[in-house]
Ligand binder design. Structure first.
Ligand code: F6R
Length: 261
């Protein structure tokens, strides 16, 4: 894992955008994996700014979202289909048909989930997977004790996740109980992963994921086995890292000798 600690959310967006663009470079049809939630908003805003300035072009890219609620009205403003449209598809200038979101309202959600996984494989896999982390260590909606080898599937949300996401709804009762999410195995197949972590509320999860043991109780820790994973976090999110100084030193050397590694 490459750990990059920066001053604030805006800087997280800029540094993560560099990493995403680097991972998509040179691909005829770049494939980007998309997280929803608040963590990647500064990243998407920065990608949008660069697209509007003509520095990058996402019109030929394909997008695959990580997850969706099951049973939510697709027209609901907080359905991930709508969130992705608002925060990614439109700002990046992508045609809606080039950005897929798991279908949480399919008649057979599990069959649709399996088809989704196959569709990712069919385009050669995800070139860069954008990730956030839940306060309980989930990535996508792979809650604690999700199998490390899991593929896209229907899952039950933990009470913690429903509570965390209640801020997007009128009350916790409106937060769906189920979701469909890319599996940990699906995420681990991505060619590169860029995780963004913002704020003190994520400091415990960040420290456990980066410095703790790889454990089913901390699903994001599986990323320690990812061959090309970058974690960009702000000072607040990094505040519980025991090895922050080491990470800072390594990042500075890496930048100074960028031709070496
Ligand atoms: C959503 C997703 C989740 C979020 C996580 C953090 O697509 O993949 O894993 O990244 O719940 O959410 P925020 O960023 O809202 O704190």
């Amino acid at each position: 894992m490459e750990i990059i600690i920066v001053a604030n959310e805006e800087e997280v967006g800029r540094v993560a955008a560099d990493k995403v663009i680097e991972g998509l470079a040179g691909k005829a049809t770049p494939v980007i994996g998309l997280a929803t939630g608040s963590s990647p908003l500064s990243l998407y805003a920065e990608l949008s700014r660069r697209a509007k300035a003509g520095e990058v072009d996402f019109t030929h890219a394909l997008g695959f979202a990580l997850d969706e609620y099951v049973g939510i009205d697709p027209a609901h403003p907080e359905s991930y289909r709508n969130v992705i449209n608002r925060t990614v598809t439109e700002p990046l200038g992508m045609a809606p048909e080039r950005v897929r979101v798991p279908d949480g309202s399919a008649e057979d959600v599990q069959a649709a989930a399996e088809e989704y996984d196959a569709a990712i494989d069919a385009v050669g896999g995800v070139d860069v997977q954008v990730l956030g982390i839940g306060s309980n260590g989930h990535i996508g909606f792979n809650e604690p004790f999700s199998p490390f080898s899991s593929r896209t599937r229907v899952e039950i949300l933990t009470p913690q996740t429903r509570e965390d996401n209640a801020r997007f709804f009128n009350s916790i009762d409106e937060v769906p109980t189920h979701c469909v999410t890319q599996g940990l195995g699906t995420i681990m197949d991505s060619h590169a992963a860029v995780m963004v972590i913002i704020g003190e509320g994520k400091a415990d999860a960040a420290a456990a994921m980066i410095e703790g043991p790889v454990s089913a109780s901390m699903p994001a820790s599986v990323l320690q086995f990812h061959p090309n994973c970058t974690v960009v976090l702000d000072e607040a999110a990094a505040s519980k890292l025991k090895h922050a100084d080491l990470f800072r030193t390594r990042a500075a050397i890496r930048e100074q000798y960028s031709h070496l590694a």
